[in-house]
Design a protein. Structure first.
Length: 412
């Protein structure tokens, strides 16, 4: 598959959630193939009757199931959101305009001041920089303002009983029921966004079970309430678990020299800062490239858009949500909260995003032309980008790996 879907302990997290104020990043659809669009089966009572023995076998008590599932109803709004996410896509510049808006930067700077003491404590304990925590908080819930008001159990029952990724959502439902059974939150207070992500930083239930922490020591891991302490600390624990390097950047904007070999772009190719500098890659606005270890040149809007040198911390944020646009938004919002400047390069705003149908057609035609796009699921991930680069090289156009309408039109 062309998508960057990760697997492993607590890796599939927050992929479906997202701040309710914020539309999905352009590749968040990446988890959904076109064939996986929800089809509601209708009879929730029958589904629950079949689910109960599986839940009891997993250790959920009959009393808990009675309490949580007796009056649960399917949520048409959840079905609708799910369908939209599958079909919807937009460009990275449209996404960044909203994700890193002036309002969100200013609100982040206020939160930075207000939560100074809390962030000192979390940074000291987990070794995760405050700006990345603030940025995730800002993107996922507008700094706690919009944590989602959809009952999590109802959302997950809806998604688990529909055809799309039912097994995944059933596991998340079991995790949600386990959280309720352990008493960290009352059933009525377990709310979140449409796809089961909960609280200030939109944890999926399985990630909560694996990594949430009781930072204030009151005996409950509370990511839902007004106080963001446990949620921000849990997010720090999550990033620490995946290897966050304190003090290192996520990446920096760079400029590329005339004649740059675009086949060197993409996440698969790593060099040191010194090596990139020798090749003429320079920090936008001047100064040395950060010496952050193996790093890659990323062109999320193609050769006509901004270029970034991305560091290992970029890949840590990917565990939270693997869409390049999301990771860049988190990194850039964090920089802006600390007073950094805007992205300097222009974006190719005359280009439009490909539709799902066009992305599938692109992958299909690449594969037919002998360039392995890793399937035709509509997910534009590193494999598809590599196939585009190879095709572009074969027809002597700039091999930037960007899935544009132009590439689609040039394919036989
Ligand atoms: Ca607590």
């Amino acid at each position: 598959m062309g998508g960057k879907v990760r697997s492993g302990v607590a890796a599939v997290v927050l992929l479906f959630g997202g701040g309710p104020l914020l539309a999905e990043p352009p590749t968040r659809h990446a988890l959904h193939g076109p064939q996986e669009i929800s089809v509601m089966t209708g009879d929730v009572a029958a589904w629950i009757a079949a689910f109960r023995p599986r839940a009891e076998a997993a250790g959920i008590t009959a009393a808990m199931l009675d309490a949580a599932l007796t009056d649960v109803a399917l949520r048409p709004d959840v079905v609708e959101k799910d369908r939209n996410q599958t079909e919807f896509t937009r460009t990275i510049w449209d996404y960044l305009d909203k994700a890193v808006s002036d309002d969100r930067i200013v609100a982040g700077q206020k939160a930075l001041k207000k939560r100074d003491h809390l962030l000192d404590g979390i940074e000291a304990k987990y070794g995760v920089d405050r700006q990345v925590l603030l940025a995730i908080w800002g993107l996922e819930s507008s700094y706690g303002v919009v944590r989602g008001d959809i009952p999590t159990v109802a959302a997950l029952v809806t998604l688990a009983s529909s055809t799309r990724r039912g097994a995944y959502f059933e596991r998340e439902l079991l995790a949600a029921l386990r959280i309720l059974q352990e008493g960290d939150v009352a059933p009525a207070a377990m709310k979140g966004s449409w796809a089961g992500a909960m609280g200030h930083t939109q944890f999926m239930p399985s990630s909560y079970l694996a990594l949430a922490v009781d930072f204030d020591g009151d005996g409950r891991r509370d990511i839902w309430g007004d106080d963001p302490g446990d949620a921000l600390a849990s997010t720090a624990a999550f990033l620490a678990r995946y290897g966050w390097r304190k003090g290192a950047p996520w990446g920096v904007e760079v400029t590329l020299p005339a004649g740059f070999d675009y086949r060197l772009s993409g996440e698969k190719i790593h060099h040191s800062a010194a090596e990139w500098q020798t090749m003429g890659v320079a920090r936008a606005g001047g100064g040395d490239l950060p010496d952050c270890g193996p790093s890659s040149v990323l062109l999320p809007g193609g050769a006509r858009g901004a270029a970034f040198l991305i560091c290992p911390n970029f890949h840590v944020i990917e565990h939270y949500n693997p869409a390049d646009a999301y990771v860049i938004a988190v990194g850039h919002l964090g920089d802006r909260i600390l007073g950094g400047g805007p992205i300097q390069a222009a974006w190719p705003r005359d280009l439009r995003a490909l539709t799902l149908e066009e992305r599938v057609a692109l992958q299909h035609r690449l594969t037919l032309a002998g360039f392995d796009a890793g399937g035709a699921d509509g997910r534009i991930g590193p494999l598809t980008q590599a196939a585009i680069r190879a095709f572009q090289t074969s027809i002597s156009v700039v091999p930037d790996g960007y899935a544009s309408l132009d590439v689609l039109k040039r394919l036989p």
